[in-house]
Design a protein around this ligand. Structure first.
Ligand code: UTP
Ligand code: MN
Length: 578
């Protein structure tokens, strides 16, 4: 026991010995927090009433009285460690027990108000205090914080996401700012390192509006939010949500299908005579392949898809680079699509690559459907003002947005074909609806340029069949009967599954900014751009950074440099999950 003498002196015992001591009571008056004068008064008053006190802690002590507010505080102050038998026999009390005993001229019975608050309560208080402090430390802009993928308040952020989603589905004029407000409130909670247990914990936390606060408060008090329960039980809203998960369907189409056409299922859509996706091929594929596309893409598949694309590109130019961006780069195990950022270290050499790549992928039967977008970028765009939206920041890169075909067995590729990679297996589980499904292996790719020759063979073999069974050219639009044809194809027995893939071409000079932009999250980008605009008078896009004061663009060659120019602490992609 350090810090305070535990030598068994007989000071107290000696002072009033034998029959003079009342009930063998020996009171250790903890001198801390008690002034010397007061201590002496207490000591002499005790002696007058034959209550023996001591300044020294020993095994003879029966009562420890202190001005400390809790046992934990006392132990810390005395630098005691718990578990010593010496302490166990004594009662730990507030000083009021001694003053009551003095008044009583004899040791009083211990009642509740004499007890020191217990340790659990104390640690709770400390936690609350720390959380309160933490909320004050949360920065104003999301891009100034570290926001991990998994955090301590998922029950609260899930609820806020549900109300945000409702606003997005309703899509009325006022819903845009409502959705944004819920999203921003959730972002603030995501960066807290402790679970919120009382509404006091979020005092001072930025971007928590009244509505979000009420939802949080209700969950903390009752365990659920009536608003979220109402949303879950709103059948019309749930149908719209399901329809909006179809590739090519936005809120207005979903509203029309549910409110006007009274549709409830994908089958209803397929059989509805007034739905004619002839003009919009994307929608026809989206409806027909909804089962495939609603299934999230696993991380392993995303990495394999990158390898396949990279392999094709390497036949065109050995120096071309391909990076998996989006949610996967931020550490997600699943995503709704695979976002691949393609570039070349030499400016200009990226030109024409995408056309050739799509041609090659198509000739191998890997393309189901896609739309090519030409680059619409020009230097003036760097300084042009554009509206910030929480969802989908449009950029001007040349890109291909579509659906690719991959062997169903991509996730179960034998280990020997991926020998050149470092695999870390995590036994993680993800709740998806009510079903519990096992997550695929988390894959850390150490070599970005190689695909095992075994895997390539397997892919080639896998695709020989599928490419002969159906191989539409990228330019082909379905005819009037195509939806039913596509449904037939989707429902046929096939060895491939359809996955959403975005292929984006970024010139070397814009690559660092493109990487930041396509890594996201959308909210992180939104915040970065707002911060750059408001704090630095600079305009940030996925194409570059423009200093509005000096009227000139600022070049950056890495993500680190982008953060440096913006005077922000660098955040790893895993910390950008706001
Ligand atoms: P996604 O919509 O794919 O988001 O856009 P995500 O974070 O990867 O989500 P999941 O996992 O697929 O569901 C990827 C990133 O690309 C940017 C967005 O900022 C987003 O963070 N992006 C997307 C653009 O910059 N421009 C676009 O036109 C689309
Ligand atoms: Mn994505």
């Amino acid at each position: 026991m350090a810090g305070y003498s535990n030598k068994e002196t007989e000071e107290g015992v000696g002072l009033l010995s034998g029959g003079d001591r009342k009930n063998d009571t020996l009171v250790f008056v903890v001198p801390h927090k008690i002034g010397k004068v007061r201590y002496d008064i207490l000591k002499s008053a005790s002696e007058k009433n034959k209550i023996c006190t001591t300044k020294t802690f020993s095994s003879h002590v029966t009562h420890v009285v202190t001005e400390c507010s809790s046992k934990a505080q006392l132990f810390r102050l005395m630098k005691w460690t718990e578990g010593s038998p010496l302490y166990r026999s004594a009662r730990y009390l507030k000083l009021s027990w001694l003053t009551d005993s003095i008044k009583n001229k004899s040791p009083v019975e211990i009642v509740n108000c004499h007890l020191l608050s217990d340790d659990e309560l104390e640690s709770k208080c400390q936690e609350l205090h720390a959380a309160k402090e933490e909320s004050k430390l949360v920065s104003k802009y999301e891009c100034q914080r570290s926001t991990p993928l998994h955090h301590q308040n998922e029950n609260l952020t899930d609820a806020l996401s549900a109300v945000e989603e409702e606003a997005e589905i309703l899509d009325r004029k006022e819903d845009y700012s409502r959705a944004l407000a819920f999203c921003k409130a959730a972002c603030s909670l995501k960066c807290l390192t402790k679970p919120v247990s009382s509404i006091q914990d979020i005092k001072g936390l930025p971007n928590i509006g009244d509505h979000s606060r009420d939802i949080i408060k209700e969950i903390l008090e009752n365990g659920f939010s009536r608003e979220v329960e109402r949303i879950k039980n709103d059948h019309s809203l749930q149908k719209k949500k399901m329809f909006m998960s179809i590739y090519g369907v936005g809120p207005s189409t979903a509203r029309k299908w549910v409110d006007v056409l009274q549709l409830a299922t994908i089958e209803d859509v397929i059989n509805c005579p007034s739905i004619n996706p002839r003009k919009e091929a994307r929608l026809a594929y989206g409806i027909a392949f909804h089962e495939d596309l609603k299934q999230q893409v696993g991380r392993t598949t995303a990495m394999r898809i990158r390898d396949i694309v990279h392999n094709e590109l390497k036949t065109l130019d050995g120096e071309v680079t391909v990076e998996v961006t989006g949610g996967f780069r931020r550490g997600k195990q699943f995503g709704h699509d695979v976002d691949l950022l393609i570039s070349h270290p030499v400016e200009g050499r990226e030109t024409g690559l995408l056309q050739k790549l799509i041609h090659r992928l198509n000739s191998k039967g890997l393309i189901l459907h896609g739309v090519m977008e030409e680059s619409t970028f020009s230097e003036e765009m760097l300084s042009k003002s554009s509206k910030l939206t929480p969802k989908g920041q449009l950029d001007h890169f040349e890109k291909w947005i579509g659906i690719m075909k991959f062997p169903k067995n991509l996730e179960t590729t034998p280990q020997d074909s991926v020998r050149d990679r470092k695999e870390t297996i995590k036994d993680e589980f993800k709740e998806e609806g009510k079903k519990r499904i096992k997550l695929d292996h988390s894959l850390t790719v150490t070599d970005h340029n190689h695909i095992g020759s075994g895997l390539q063979e397997q892919i080639n073999k896998s695709f020989q069949k599928s490419s002969t069974s159906y191989s539409p050219s990228p330019a082909s639009l379905p005819s009037s009967s195509d939806l039913s044809e596509l449904v037939k194809l989707a429902q046929s027995e096939r060895e491939w599954r359809a996955s959403r893939v975005d292929l984006i071409i970024a010139p070397a000079s814009q690559y660092a900014y493109a990487l930041v932009g396509w890594t996201g999250s959308k909210m992180f980008n939104r915040s970065l751009r707002l911060y750059a605009q408001r704090e630095l008078d600079m305009k940030l896009t996925s194409h570059g950074l423009f200093d509005m004061k000096q009227r000139k663009p600022i070049q950056a060659s890495s993500e680190q440099e982008v953060f440096e120019i913006l005077k922000l602490q660098y955040r790893n992609p895993e910390e950008r999950n706001c």
